[in-house]
Ligand binder design. Structure first.
Ligand code: NAI
Length: 256
């Protein structure tokens, strides 16, 4: 499949994990890719090389999307790199584990500013760009199963992803007249560095697997495949939805 020939995509937080998989998947289908992270390190450089070897193009823009001005600058710079920006994948996200009563304002702000505020104003910059050029656009947000199901000790994370759910529902209606689509992808437990402590704790991992009907963690590529579908013209009539990529975790039922 070559669904992204002549398309440029910006993937935030794409040095590793799900973001890197999305960048590689779309590049393999012809996309020119703008990568992003707070700094360019060897992982980003390796990704640029891998994409170039595929015969596509990649550039890296350094920006901390938890800072509103940076999130806006990232999108504005991305529109100029390859002459246009067609797709925005809001992937960067953070989580912090704490009992609710111990969450500091600093932690709350980091989670909310990265997962919701930076996404909000990044989308706003992208929408203004699309409207100014009277061009269509596609937005895919990396939400989580925790936009829907609880995650004790991760209250700020759940609040941020729950907010993302309603942001997407709301914007789908507001942006549809401008030919801009927006959807969420909600991964379950995916094998990435964000889950380092889970992957290193066999007992905890087994208890997580008990709740996943497919009895395995997801791979970043499982998520990237859905992102690549939603961002493509194959999903031309899809907006305001959340697609769960969770091996059945969200709606599983324990038979007694
Ligand atoms: P990860 O931690 O492996 O990768 C996240 C990337 O985002 C990292 O490269 C990080 O440096 C970057 N990033 C973080 N804050 C940033 C900022 N302020 N500005 C720019 N870049 C920043 O995480 P993973 O697992 O790949 O997660 C990606 C997204 O998927 C996140 O939004 C996360 O909430 C979501 N997700 C992940 C799940 C999982 O099980 N791995 C499950 C559900 C949702």
């Amino acid at each position: 499949m070559k669904r992204y020939v002549n398309k440029t995509v910006l993937v935030t937080g794409s040095s590793q994990g799900i973001g890197a998989a999305c960048a590689l998947r779309m590049a393999s289908e012809g996309a020119k890719v703008i990568l992003n992270g707070r700094k360019l390190d060897e992982r980003g450089e390796a990704l640029i090389r891998a994409i170039t070897e595929m015969g596509s193009k990649a550039e890296f823009i350094t920006a901390d999307i938890s800072i509103t001005a940076e999130a806006v600058r990232l999108v504005n710079e991305a529109t100029g790199v390859f002459g246009a920006l067609d797709i925005l994948v809001n992937n960067a996200g953070v989580e912090k584990k704490h009992d609710f009563w111990d969450v500091t304002e600093e932690e709350y702000d980091l989670v909310m500013d990265t997962n919701l505020k930076g996404v909000f104003f990044g989308i706003q910059a992208f929408v203004k760009y699309c409207m100014a050029g009277k061009k269509p656009g596609v937005i895919v947000n990396m939400s989580s199963v925790h936009e829907e199901i609880i995650f004790p000790h991760f209250a700020a994370y759940c609040a941020s992803k729950g907010g993302l759910k309603m942001l997407t529902r709301n914007l789908a209606t507001e942006l549809a007249p401008y030919q801009i689509r927006i959807n969420n992808v909600a991964p379950g437990a995916i094998s990435t560095p964000i889950n380092k402590s889970l992957l290193e704790n066999k007992e905890l991992l087994n208890s997580v697997l008990e709740n996943i009907p497919m009895k395995r963690l997801g791979k970043p590529e499982d998520v990237a495949a859905i992102v690549a579908f939603l961002a493509s013209d194959e999903a031309a009539y899809v907006t305001g939805s959340t697609y769960f990529v969770d091996g059945g975790l969200t709606w599983h039922y324990e038979e007694q």
